[in-house]
Design a protein around this ligand. Sequence first.
Ligand code: FES
Ligand SMILES: [Fe+2]
Length: 347
Amino acid sequence: MIEQEGLLKNYWYAAGTSKEVNGNKPVKRIIFNIPIVLWRANDNESSALLDRCAHRNAPLSEGRIKDCRIVCPYHGWVFEQNGQCSNIPSEGPHKERTAKHKVEKFPTLEQNGLIWVWMGRDILPDKHPFPMPLKKTKGWKNYYMITRFSNNVTNLVENFMDVPHTIYVHKGWFRDRKQMKVPMNVERTEDSVLVSYEQNNDSISAFDWMINPKGLPMQHTDKFYMPNVTRVDYTFGEEEKAFIITSTCTPVSPYESIVYTLISYKFGWFNQFARLFLPWYTRRVINQDVEIMEIQGKNIKHFKETNFKSTQADLLHLYIESLRSFAKLGGKGTTPKPIKKSAEFWI
Ligand code: FES
Ligand SMILES: [Fe+2]
């Protein structure tokens, strides 16, 4: 099914990392199929306008930044951060003639290392961006990964929350098949799906020897937050060591998304080696998901709709789908009620 938008637009979406949007060049982004030009007027201010010049619709993202303003590459019209046109070179000294021209502006803000754009075009921001757990306290390290996926946000968040695929898609890289029962508790609130697993003796294989040599019990929780965030936590012992993967998905078009993944970790003395090894390892694992998401997306596109069958392991996915579908339909239909359930599956 092609993703509808409905209330899903009334959220902040990540449009780039703070580092990507620097003062030198405008940056082009597409969110919900809407082209946007992003730039930074100074260290503290980011701006986002519709990427379509008011004059003859050339993309402003191909222009340049001059004195905190954006200059169109075609005839040089100049636009302020609020989208107001402030100079038309062909009008000579007649600045008053620029007044009626403007370009749509989108609210932006910078938080936790990301630039966020508010996509609710009809309403002003009424919530905050998701607080990405960019840990600044001692012992923690963080980095962002940016990945393009050929699939929609619903299928991506399901993939990021999904345990059973790990023994197939990431065989030998993340988790191996153990013929082990995994009981889980799943809770749906009005805007989240929270899963905790009872699998103290599970492990994420490639990490065992380095982050958990003492074999401390592992706690694992998966959380989904409307409309597009997943947070996966692995903690060892009494949170002595921890590994958190937080992903925020930005829809580009019906079958394309950009995902900003924040990797946060606290591995004690192993941090110094993890710094060198983890970016390579996490890229490798994410690329395995990129491949499976691409072929799933292609197939769904071919059949033009989804026809999913589910088992107990998919309970969390059904809850995610119910929250996103309700929002897509603009809040019409049956409101998904808060619910808690236990289920089990085998890996
Ligand atoms: S199209 Fe932008 S100035 Fe003419
Ligand atoms: Fe995966």
